[in-house]
Write a protein of this length. Structure first.
Lengths: 138, 565
């Protein structure tokens, strides 16, 4: 198919409808966090989530999580229809407890990473990733 | 509550008072040579290192007029802080006398009268004179170019940036970083960068596929100057594939990447850097935030948002220097670096008054050589203007009002959209508008003027999206452009609201009716970041419009009501 202006605009329009406004978190995400932590308190240190502030392409957003000493790290995109992204499990012989992947975001939203530490405690990091139509850069 | 109308009335009142008391005086100031090259260059050499910063030249090789913005609203922590202070408030803040050279160079008020007195600014042959003078005092001064250099003019477009490459190579920078350069397309950028006789830096320029630092753009370079080991770290514009067409450079990814910046600072410090300079195209507010997060940077040379500040801004131990745009300023920063740290600085933002600073003859010849093949095209007068034509301002500028008028009339549209870019010189009332002038405010590699149907709801989403790029309280979520300019469409904006509820009261100006979310309107615009956009080139649309009118004038624009500033 030849990409005409009309098609480009239609595609742009289709994308916009979903990108337009920040996606609010769904109950599904909260449920998954509760299931993972068993409702335990979460600290905010010991885990780093690296994500772009504004996504260059909402369909493939590179993220990286790191939590030294973690047994598991769960990543959620709270605004996606299906918030679950991945849960990384680290065995006792793992040299480091970090992972990187690319995720698809339905729109501007909060990405959350929760680490379950070896001692059973939890730590949480979050980052807002904006998905925008762009243009108009000075 | 300050409405757009209040802004206009305030600025007009100021103009009237100043104009009445001293109109005509300033013309004589320059004529009497009250201002001299020696005064502009006067600087007591300090310490052991000199940095020279130029940025956002946008291919302006010749002297131009450039009006600074009268509306530049800061949000969040930056509300009321420079560079979000304009006009009389700016002059008061820095103790600048009304009608003085600094008034003309740094602020917007009474621009036309002052421009007639003080004349044009910029010109790379004048910039060369200033750089040579600094080098005469400090032969090993570092010259650093903040980018947006190979974009923005008729000759730059037609030579794919070669004119600027030739001229800048003669100026001899030591390093450069990037933004609009990438809109030449990655193939052309790679070709130029491979042949550059200086460092092309960008710690945040990554390979898009592997998410690893791009080989062609090293993160930093070491220099040994004045017995000091200096590391210059590059920071390209973070949001290139978002603000500009990413399909033109799909191999590259960017982003702020302040964690990687910290790693680079740590790396150069561990290799013995005594002075760490960040050559940045982040934009001022992003640089300010980054300076508060990344530790160990001594100097940030800030570009992108085109701010010109007479003094550096301090964040912790970091000084941030903003050097304007379009060749209008050169910053000189002298530093005293001892025992592995910066002990003090002396700074001057040098305005390039082109009637005061003598052009460097060799550079003049080189510039003319670049322009010679195109002179007939450049100099053709298309029409006249009765109004001052300028671009800068958060919501509109008269140049964009004219461009929107052209889009509506030439493309038979209800509504026009024009991108909120910050480049583009000004034209005085009574001046002829040449083809070069039109290209100076429209030239780009994706200039097709589209025409398409958009629903009222879609228009609202577009305005909300762009507004958040400007007024998100967190600078890291801003892209550094101004608000998309609208023609034929009025709206109210409350900048304190979150995305989705800032924009209300959309009105179709030609009928005065409220915009219906379900109704489709014919919209003409340009600079779409979508691949395959079709339409005549915007410079042709504007040229036809001006030619048809003969003489253009732009009425005051009261179509945007601003709340919460």
């Amino acid at each position: 198919m030849e990409l005409t202006r009309r098609n480009a605009m239609i595609m742009g329009a289709g994308v916009l409808v979903t990108f337009g406004l920040p996606m609010s978190a769904t109950a599904a995400g909260e449920d998954q966090i509760a299931a993972f932590t068993g409702g335990a308190e979460m600290g905010d240190s010991g885990i780093t989530l690296t994500a772009p502030e504004i996504a260059e392409n909402g369909n493939t957003v590179p993220i990286e999580v790191s939590a030294p000493g973690a047994a598991e790290i769960m990543v959620l995109a709270l605004g996606n229809p299906t918030p679950s992204v991945a849960t990384f499990k680290f065995g006792p012989l793992a040299a480091s407890q970090d992972a990187s992947t690319r995720i698809r975001l339905a729109g501007t939203q909060e990405v959350v990473a929760i680490a379950k530490m070896a001692d059973g405690s939890f730590a949480k990091a979050s980052s807002t990733v904006k998905v925008t139509i762009g243009g108009c850069g000075g | 509550m300050i409405s757009r109308r209040d802004f206009l009335q305030t600025s007009m009142a100021a103009t009237a008072i100043l104009g009445a008391s001293s109109y005509g005086e300033w013309g004589r100031l320059a004529a009497q040579q009250a201002l001299t090259q020696d005064q502009l260059l006067q600087f007591e050499t300090f310490g052991n290192v000199s940095l020279i910063h130029v940025t956002d030249i946008h291919a302006q090789m010749k002297p131009i007029f450039f009006r600074e913005p009268s509306i530049n609203i800061g949000v969040g922590d930056n509300k009321g802080h420079v560079p979000h202070v304009t006009g009389a408030d700016f002059r008061k803040l820095y103790g600048i006398e009304d009608g003085s050279p600094s008034h003309y160079a740094l602020t917007s008020g009474d621009f036309t009268a002052l421009a007639k007195g003080y004349g044009r600014v910029g010109g790379l042959d004048r910039v060369a004179t200033v750089i040579n003078a600094i080098r005469a005092e400090r032969p090993d001064a570092l010259l650093l170019d903040g980018g947006d250099t190979w974009h923005g003019s008729y000759t730059c477009y037609h030579t794919e940036g070669q004119d600027m490459v030739n001229v800048m190579n003669a100026l001899g920078p030591d390093a450069m970083t990037f933004h609009w350069e990438f809109t030449l397309g990655s193939e052309r950028v790679n070709e130029i960068v491979e042949g550059l006789p200086f460092a092309a830096l960008g710690q945040n320029i990554f390979d898009a596929e592997w998410d690893e630092p791009a080989e062609l753009f090293p993160p930093y370079k070491f220099f040994e100057r004045g017995g000091v080991k200096i590391a210059v770290i590059g920071q390209a514009f973070p949001y290139m594939p978002i603000a500009n067409p990413g399909w033109m450079f799909p191999e590259y990814a960017f982003g702020i990447r302040d964690e990687h910046m910290q790693e680079m600072v740590n790396e150069v410090r561990s290799q013995g850097a005594e002075l760490v300079v960040c050559l940045s195209h982040n934009g001022f507010d992003v640089d300010k935030k980054m300076a508060g997060i990344v530790t160990g940077i001594d100097v940030i040379l800030s570009g992108h948002t085109h701010d010109a500040l007479p003094e550096p801004v301090l964040v912790g131990d970091t000084i941030i220097v903003a050097s304007g745009s379009n060749g209008k300023f050169v910053s000189r920063v002298d530093l005293d670096v001892r025992d592995g740290r910066m002990m003090g600085f002396r700074h001057k933002l040098i305005p390039i008054f082109s009637d005061v600073i003598a052009p460097d003859a060799e550079m003049s010849a080189l510039i003319d050589e670049q322009r010679a093949p195109y002179l007939d095209q450049l100099s053709e007068v298309i029409g006249q203007t009765d109004s001052l034509l300028y671009r800068r301002g958060n919501f509109n500028g008269t140049w964009d009002d004219l461009i929107c008028d052209a889009l509506i009339s030439e493309r038979e549209a209800d509504i026009a959209l024009s991108p909120g870019v910050r480049w583009g010189p000004s034209i005085l009332p009574g001046q002829g508008i040449t083809r070069e002038d039109i290209w100076n405010v429209t030239s780009m590699t994706y200039g097709a003027a589209y025409r398409t149907g958009m629903t009222g709801e879609f228009l609202h989403v577009v305005l909300e999206d762009v507004a958040d790029n400007l007024f998100n309280p967190d600078p890291y979520y801003q892209q550094g452009g101004d608000m998309v300019r609208t023609g034929g469409l009025g709206y109210r904006i409350d900048i304190t609201k979150p995305q989705g509820s800032r924009i209300t009261d959309l009105v179709l100006l030609k009928t005065g009716e409220a915009i219906d979310p379900a109704k489709t309107y014919q919209v003409a615009g340009w600079a779409s970041v979508n691949e395959g956009t079709e339409g005549p080139m915007i410079w042709d649309v504007v040229e036809n419009h001006i030619r048809n009118r003969g003489t253009v004038s732009v009425d005051p624009n009261n179509s945007v009501q601003v709340v919460g500033a």
